[in-house]
Design a protein around this ligand. Sequence first.
Ligand code: IPE
Ligand code: IPE
Ligand code: MG
Length: 257
Amino acid sequence: MVKNHAFALFNVDLKKQIHTNALPKHIAIIMDGNGRWAKQKGMLRAFGHENGTKAVRQVVEGCAELGVENLTLYAFSTENWNRPKIEVQTLMKLLVSSLKKEISTLQKNNIKLATIGNSEALPEKVYKELQDVIEKTKDNNRMCLTLALSYGSREEILNTVKKISLKVKNNIISPEKIDESVINKHLYTQNLPDVDLLIRTSGEQRISNFLLWQIAYAELYFTNVLWPDFTKHHLYEAIIDYQKRERRFGKTSEQIN
Ligand code: IPE
Ligand code: IPE
Ligand code: MG
């Protein structure tokens, strides 16, 4: 109790250091390290995934409270289908139960749920639950929470190329008219702004096929914290670090100051 209280005060202190007028408009997180977290405790990987949902709640709540408009979480990649069948099943079950459990929190906090990725590859049960929550939260406008599920950036870009090519073939668009905004409109992330801050937990420093186009100018933040241990405190640390950086977008420091 005393420890929790001290920790809460510490968080308040850290939160105060955040400039709410310069928040990243879009935070994306590669939630990694569930398996290693469980292994360290001598438990099965599933235990890590279950505890990872607590960290999801922390970042969703933390971002919404601060006023971050878009949060995108990498929950399952196209490559993750290659994991042992039992682990994939565990993750899918966990997804359904979390969606059922969290819908009321999303409603209460005025958060809209969206998804990116190949939803058709998901089991019927997951797909239906997802559509249900998306439909029920569609008018919420405090924050957009996007789950990347069965998501792969290369697949997304491939789909985009196919969709645009078809439009060219059918004379709906001419090749000269294809610009960055046309590509943006055909990506899964069509309604989202570019990523400002990309966080990856667990010490790995790679992108693993996540939002390749959308992170062109994102600030990258890597932490050794394993995903189930990630709290609001760590989120605040990442945002404070982000706010100390100078985003130059190719210009000189003098030009932007
Ligand atoms: C992230 O944790 C969850 C998913 C990728 C679904 P991992 O399961 O990748 O955990 P590690 O990397 O093996 O520790
Ligand atoms: C990336 O984590 C995918 C998700 C977090 C959903 P992985 O654990 O699958 O990534 P790699 O295989 O270590 O690159
Ligand atoms: Mg991993």
